[in-house]
Every structure is written in C-alpha cells, then in structure tokens.
Ligand binder design. Structure first.
Ligand code: ZN
Length: 470
C-alpha cells in the first residue's frame, strides 16, 4: 500500500474508531438507575434462576426445568418436560389460541462456564445489588427467558382470547450446538411445531448511538461450514528432509486459504442492516452505510473495516479462519498425514458445495483433501411479516424514536434449526445494553439491570398482546 493510501486508510481508521465505537457499544457510562425499592417479580425470578447451576458442560438443564416448572405451577399453567439424556431437560408450555400460525418464545437454559479468577463475584450468586442482577446467564439467556416467562404469564392472566397458540420453550444444550435441546425437540416432539409460524429467540438487542437507539432484530446468520484439510505424503526421518511431505503440503494449503480475501458482496439483509443504521452514523461512515454496495468495492475501506471491526467486515464476504493444526506426534518423525481445521462462515445465500470446490481450486494440490466436519443450510427470515410490524409498533411505544433494523449475526444460535423448517425466526431481546454489560456475554462479570428486566417484561408483554390478541 502506498503512502497516500496509507494516510487515507489511517484517517479512515480514526473515523472508524470514533464512529464505530457506538456500533460496538463503546459508549460512556451513564449513572445506573436507582435500585428499585422493592424487587420486582421479574428480578426475583431471574435471581433464583441464576442461582441454579446449568453450566454446560455438563448442562444439568433439568434443574432449570424444575425451577421454571415451579413458577408455571404457581400460576396454574400446564407444561410438558422431556430429557434428551439424563439431566438434559427441556420444557414447553402452550397458551391455546385461534388458527393463526403459532408463536414460540425460545430461550436456552444452559450457560457457558465462568472463569472464577476473573470474576468480581460468585457467578451463581444471583445477587441483586445497585440496580443489577448478577450471575452467569443474566444476558445469555436466562434474563431473556424470564422476560418471556413474565410476558407469557401476563398474557395468560389477562384472560384475553388469543388469535394463535403461544408457546414458551426452554431448551438444553444451545451452547454446545443444540443437539440435546432444540435439535432433540424437533426430532422427538415435532407436534409442538406443526402449527408454528413464528419464533423469537436470542440474537437481538437494543443498541444506543448517542441519544438514539437501534432495535436490532436478527433475521439471518452467517452459515458455519467447518472443514478439515487432510494432507498425505511419504513419512520419514526429521533428519532427512524430502522435497514434499504431508506437512509442507498442509502448511502451503493453509497459507493459501489464510491469504485469500473472498470477494466482498452485498446480500439483501446486510444491505438493509447497514442502510437502517446509516442515519445513526456520523460522516464519513453515514455515507458508506447508506451505500454499502459502493463502500465494499473500496479496498481501503474494507481493510480499515477489518482492522477495526472484523465482525462487520465478515458480513460482506465468506470467511475462513485456520484454527487448528495437527502434524507429527514426535519432533523427529515426518508424519504420513497432517491436518488443519478451518472455521468457515458463509454468507446466507452461499451454496456450501460450490464454496468447497472453490477452496479446492485455491489449494490446488491433489494430495490435500477437504472433509466436512459440520455445516448448516442457508436460511433467511423475511422481515415483511406481521411480527416484524408488531416489533416496530411496540418499539415506537416504549423506545420512542428508535430505529428498528434487521440484522445479520456473524455467529449462530438455535434459530437455524427453525429457519430450516420455514418458521420465521427473529433474534429479539428488549434490552438496552451498555457496552460494559454486553462484554459479560461469554465473558466476565455478567449482569443485567433491574430496569432492563422490568421494562423488557413490559415490552415483551405489549408485543405479545399486539401480535396475538385481535
Ligand atoms: Zn446464548
């Protein structure tokens, strides 16, 4: 890159740092809300839920099922439960309604482990202090689960006639891929989903941009494609290097993949996401966001984007990260086989088979083969639905002036299981989070404010009424 280009890239980078700060949620803290004098039902339910150890592995989600079941019992709401394996509990409950396609409220019971050395409090304390509820899972996703539960109970207790069934589903194993949770439910209880048309799950949230807010509703995800490169060659002694070995071939193949920048392109949901966020950006980003089709043709822009926010750069292209390497078990033995693993993430319209063929052309070595470890099918949920409209109307009521923006996640959740079934699935959480709070997701010191739980419960209840009561 030449001097002028570098200078421009640096300026762009500084702008990106300043402007994208908001998108990443790096804002200044504002004083937290005063602790509620009395603990609300939502806060106290969450506090109890956080005290229950459902760290996956091993999960022990049946403990969480028992806890949720106890609350449903108190409110006279029937439910079913099932274990996919000993201790791996799942729960589902239905409010019966009319013939319109049903709505599922989904969250996962399991949480990721917490590294106690980096936490300032016990991750299983569920303590309520200074306006926050503390514990692993507060954001991912016990907090959302409780907000869904409060709305579900409120809808039942309102006695209103529903135009469709509303399901509350709590599953195991999301953090390890969902085979013992959402995947098991679909296999073993397909009847639950036979009349379901819509689903709300984790993956969304409300982001602040100065005084403004964007309600991000996740409509699709990058599609994971996990691959294993296997290279074969003549084994031998480390003291007598050959011209080519399994390892030299593998390293070359991995290098070729790592050096490849896949062609940037714009898929419709990513375009809608960036254009939706454009009014919330300062120049020069506002312009780039408003016309992302042109912006992604600018190599310097894309490079700056990758420097500062690799997760945004990844929304414009297929990507592959080389994450694992395996060669000889002994330092003086040249092995006959060597391996590399690739975490590739495809744009939601990419044909995985065609992508694997492209990788083969890039590697260009017949001694290196590509095996598929894991892959999903691409799927996008339309935002042209009554549910999306209901989210817009509810957001206008509770978060005046907010922009509702469809979004694309670089990672994945259980939503892919349901999008594959043709169920319109949105990542949606009515929580306005500060950056410091968001870092708690899979990180340290996870917590959620009582304000978010209380307001979130009201928003979710209002959304349900709007969508399920005529
Ligand atoms: Zn989660």
């Amino acid at each position: 890159m030449g001097g002028v280009g570098l200078a421009r890239a640096t300026i762009l980078r500084i702008h990106l740092e300043r402007c994208l700060a908001a998108l990443l949620g790096v804002f200044l803290l504002y004083p937290s809300a005063e602790a509620a004098a009395e603990v609300s039902q939502a806060a106290s339910h969450l506090s109890g839920y956080l005290k229950i150890d459902t760290v996956n592995p091993p999960g022990n989600e049946s403990r969480g099922v028992a806890y949720l079941a106890g609350i449903l019992d108190e409110h006279g709401i029937a439910y079913s439960t099932g274990e996919s394996a000993p201790g791996r509990g799942n729960l589902w409950a239905r409010l019966e309604g009319g013939d319109k396609p049903g709505l599922v409220l989904l969250h996962h019971i399991d949480v990721v482990p917490a590294d106690l050395a980096y936490w300032d409090f016990d991750p299983l304390s569920g303590e309520i202090r200074d306006g926050y509820i503390y514990g692993r899972g507060a954001l991912d996703t016990k907090g959302l689960g409780i907000v869904q539960l409060e709305a579900f109970i409120a809808l039942k207790e309102s006695g209103q006639a529903l135009n469709r069934d509303v399901w509350l589903i709590a599953t195991a194993d999301e953090e390890a891929g969902g085979a013992f949770g959402a995947g098991w439910m679909i296999e073993n209880h397909p009847e639950v989903f036979s009349d379901v048309g819509f689903l709300l799950n984790e993956g969304g949230g409300v982001q602040k941009f100065g005084e403004e807010m964007a309600v991000m509703v996740e409509a699709t995800q990058k599609v994971p494609l996990w691959l294993r490169l296997r290279s074969v060659g003549r084994p031998g002694h480390g003291s007598a290097p050959q011209v080519e070995t399994s390892v030299t071939r593998l390293v070359r193949a991995a290098h070729r993949i790592a050096e490849t920048q896949f062609e940037p392109r714009l898929v419709p949901t990513v375009k809608a996401m960036f254009q939706g966020l454009a009014p919330l950006q300062a120049e020069p980003l506002a312009q780039a966001f408003a016309d992302p089709g042109s912006a992604i043709q600018d190599e310097e822009f894309m490079l700056a984007l990758q420097f500062e926010t690799p997760e945004l750069n990844a929304l414009f292209r297929n990507t592959c990260s080389v994450t694992r390497l395996e060669g000889s078990a002994k330092i003086n033995v040249v092995p006959s086989e060597a391996y590399a693993e690739l975490d590739c993430r495809l744009l939601p319209d990419q044909d995985p088979e065609a992508f694997i063929l492209e990788l083969g052309r890039i590697i260009s070595d017949e001694a290196v083969t590509i095996e598929r470890i894991m892959g999903f099918t691409p799927a996008v949920s339309s935002t042209d639905t009554g549910l999306f409209e209901a989210i817009e109307a509810t957001s206008a009521d509770f978060l005046p002036g907010s922009h509702v923006v469809p979004s694309v996640s670089g990672g994945f959740t259980d939503s892919h299981f349901f999008r594959d079934m043709g169920i319109v699935s949105y990542g949606y959480a009515p929580f306005v989070l500060e950056s410091v709070e968001r870092r708690g997701i899979h990180g340290n010191n996870e917590r959620i404010s009582v304000e978010n739980m209380d307001r979130g419960s009201l928003i979710m209840t209002s959304l349900l009424e709007r969508f399920t009561v005529d």
